[in-house]
Design a protein around this ligand. Sequence first.
Ligand code: ADP
Ligand code: MG
Length: 390
Amino acid sequence: DIQISQNVTFETMLFSLNTLEGLKKSGFVRPSPIQLHGIPLGKCGFDLLLEAKSGTGKTAVFTVIALEKIDLDKGLQAVILAPTREIASQICDVFRQIGCQFKGLCVEVVMGGLPVQEDIDKLRKNKVHIVVGSPGRLKHLISDNHMDLSAVRLVVFDEADKLMEKSFLPDVKYIHLALPKEKQVIMSSATYSETCKEFIKEFVHDAQHICPNSDCVLLGVAQKVTYVKFNSNSITQTKNKFKEMLKIISTKQFKQCLIFCNYRARVREVYKMLIKEKWPAEQLYGAQDQVDRLDSLKTLQEYKCRILISTDLAARGIDASYVDLVINFEPPFEWQTYLHRIGRAGRFGSYGMAITILSEGVEQKKFMNLLSSVNFSFNVTSFWTDTESN
Ligand code: ADP
Ligand code: MG
């Protein structure tokens, strides 16, 4: 669980009354370490590199900094970039919630997959102060002159190391160059890869690196593995893994469960098999219709479904506070992804469990290599032989 300073409350942190009231209404009383250290420096205007475990409240860090900066009489002043549309709309919700006391504050989310005309109308009709968006759609809107960027003073890169990946980088650079030169830059992520660190230098100046807890392991998430026999026939292999998974979800008590697969096709397969077994499940993957994607996520967040099967689309940033069980139907390819996936259980200091299903042999070896390539220790134990598991 995360350490929350017992003495410090947000009320002692010298924010505007509107922000304080919004935090209170959101149920936030005491700051997490990243909030305690990040917000004051951000308010001073420093560029920030926020680095803290999943679920430690990084969103509120840049939300509060932005809200404290906003001049409601002016137009667009903050642009928030997020790698997936789901994260973008979630950030927008947080802004609206913590910003609920700012009369006239307008925060909009723009995202690909939904008609661009809707975004154009939003931006034209309303006096938008803060825009949250995916890089592709933002670039589109900027290059077609639908956004007045002249008053922008803050840009945020949420899930920064994802945004620095090849697929996003050209759009992200385009947006960065289109923004006024004088501005504050905030990057936020649970992990920063080496390549990401290289590119970050192009975006920030004398950034304050805020990393309140160098211990990257999610203390609140127990990590387990379980094995199935290797089978060279991939259909049989999937079936075997599915049986193992059924055993887990039928024996382990959980509130909500996220199941990760590496490929869309596998997501659909597992989804179908679960439905056939009469488990209430939803699925989420990139090729889906945008409305379906947001729907699947909402049903999870509103506790209307207990199991969501997803590709790594849901690995990062998604905040569903009841998720206490993460199952890796197959291990991810990168340790960063592993951390992000398991971080979906154990939001804001709650306890959870992550179980990775491995087939014996190659997959097992690969996974162990993956963990050993990380320079901090993992305490991964077997699911079935462990009795302390609840
Ligand atoms: P991160 O981006 O670091 O992974 P989030 O910003 O999504 O984490 O926050 C995780 C959860 O913690 C959210 O449900 C959020 O509402 C909650 N949270 C954040 N800050 C606080 C706080 N100070 N007090 C209580 N809950 C908080
Ligand atoms: Mg986040």
